[in-house]
Ligand binder design. Structure first.
Ligand code: ADP
Ligand code: FRU
Length: 305
């Protein structure tokens, strides 16, 4: 059954990045190494930053699509059926026969909502050739989950080239949240740059405010720079360098933080694309992500807007 019943809104959004299978083990506590514990429950869920962001956008009534690579087999079949359920089209996804979909094994601690992820993949990443086949002209916003910077920087260049002649410019947002990649090449490319706490700390920034101020030095001159900081909330600086800080919106009970950042991104993109401004958009993103932390999975966000 589809979760999406409302008519799709204008200004479609394209997300580029990961789709994977999340095998979530719900445990009363985080197990000790080399112990033997029993999970209370186990669920197969669709995951991956880009797919999670698409799911949330779709749940809050936005038309969005995903570009990713897909494998073959029961994991991929499951993800495709989940995308149908969320109303996220998969016609732009690139199938790689004889490859399995990436899988995350997740321990979700039901006492404090923490999620510990062990991710495995051997599926090829999206290539420039794959992305060239996608007609990007219908989209008003393209969000890139910052993966493989050498390839993704070329994907972004393609959107920038399109923008040089297009009447309706596509806004480019980029999320940089992994320290293990050579992410610096992505930083100057975004109109909306979202830098995760781990990356900010890796760069030596002590606070989210410091991060958004210092990141402006290498970001695009007119960029909006955003830094989510877990249960502390998020900060942003606007095109003029004005800094905003928004505390997190704590749920009544912390249930599940898996995908909080992806939900935050969806809320931010949704609100900024409706020209609500940086301050309001930061608040909306924190409210949406906080609501997500208070529920298992994402489906309850359907009643958020
Ligand atoms: P992730 O680790 O999933 O990428 P973050 O930890 O950076 O995500 O959090 C993203 C956003 O989610 C934060 O800016 C905040 O708004 C919200 N958030 C995260 N953890 C909590 C929490 N414990 N309570 C309320 N909101 C939270
Ligand atoms: C959450 C998530 C999970 C996935 C993992 C990949 O942000 O996208 O759904 O398993 O991160 O790193």
């Amino acid at each position: 059954m589809s979760l999406v019943v409302s008519p799709a809104s204008p200004c479609p959004i394209l997300c580029v990045g990961l789709a994977c299978l999340d095998i979530v083990n719900y445990c009363d506590y985080y197990p000790q190494e080399d112990s033997d514990v029993r999970a209370r429950d186990q669920k197969w869920c669709s995951g991956g930053n880009a797919l999670n962001t698409c799911k949330v956008l779709s749940l809050i009534g936005r038309h969005c699509e995903l570009v990713t690579t897909l494998g073959e087999g029961m994991e991929t079949d499951f993800i495709v059926s989940e995308m149908d359920r969320y109303g996220v089209p998969h016609s732009c996804c690139v199938p790689y026969p004889q490859c399995r979909l990436p899988t995350s094994y997740i321990v979700l601690n039901t006492t404090n909502g923490s999620r510990t992820i062990v991710h495995y993949r051997n599926l090829p990443e999206l290539t420039c050739e794959d992305f060239l086949k996608v007609d990007i002209s219908p989209f008003s916003w393209i969000h890139f989950e910052g993966r493989c910077p050498d390839v993704y920087s070329k994907l972004v260049s393609r959107v920038q080239e399109h923008n040089q002649t297009a009447e309706n410019k596509i806004i480019i947002s980029i999320e940089v949240e992994k320290t293990k990649i050579q992410f610096s090449v992505l930083i100057p490319l975004a109109d909306v740059l979202i830098v995760g706490k781990d990356v900010a700390q890796y760069l030596g920034y002590q606070t989210m405010e410091e991060a958004v101020v210092k990141l402006r030095e290498t970001a695009k001159h007119s960029a909006i720079v955003v830094c989510p900081w877990g249960d502390k909330g998020a900060a942003a600086s606007d095109k003029d360098g004005k800094v905003y800080q928004c505390p997190a919106t704590p749920p009544a009970r912390l249930v599940d933080t898996l995908g909080a950042g992806d939900t935050f991104n969806a809320g931010l993109i949704h609100s900024l694309s409706l020209e609500k401004g940086v301050e309001k958009s930061l608040q909306f993103a924190c409210d949406l992500a906080g609501a997500k932390c208070g529920m298992a999975g994402f489906d309850g966000l359907k009643s958020f807007c």
